[in-house]
Design a protein around this ligand. Sequence first.
Ligand code: ATP
Length: 202
Amino acid sequence: MRFTKLRLNGFKSFVDPTDLVIHDGLTGVVGPNGCGKSNLLEAMRWVMGENRPSAMRGGGMEDVIFNGAATRGARHFAEVALVMDNTDRLAPSGFNDADMIEITRRITRDAGSAYKLNTKDVRARDVQMLFADASTGSHSPALVRQGQISELINAKPKARRRILEEAAGISGLYARRHEAELKLSGAETNLLRVDDVLESMA
Ligand code: ATP
């Protein structure tokens, strides 16, 4: 699975539809301060399901929508699409029947985010799981933001372990375990309620 294209529309400083083709090998993005280099990395993290506005350098998630400039009005939505080549069929099972995978996330003011996988509507969780199982994603150490290297050097052992687990592709299993634990505790609560009902009927 290889990233081949990032498409932005109304995302932060990328007000007009912009396609960034990602070729084989190393890609460098150069430009003056403030031209939007970090916004590209944030767009990648965002389309992978990032939900923390702080990770987007914003106060709320709608801050990723182009908020206007001297000559342009603000937009009411932002959209990012990430296209991946899956001809090697390395995408996690469940997502593995297409040569090309396109994940799209769109946020509309006052209406929140919606995700699509190719043309199908999916949940944020599905997208997050796809990337977690593929050992990447919005929390992945493969995406290094400014200041993160010094954070890693100073990180506590537990935080470092999380990085290794992410690289090993098992962070998706932790998310599934957490969901299973929530379901289990829900079932236990229901059983207690059943006991109460049975007792009151006895
Ligand atoms: P540096 O080299 O200084 O790190 P950079 O090339 O990484 O800069 P970014 O930090 O990606 O630049 O982009 C910052 C620019 O994005 C700023 O000009 C800022 O005004 C603009 N920007 C951020 N959010 C929005 C938004 N919601 N609407 C419009 N522009 C935005």
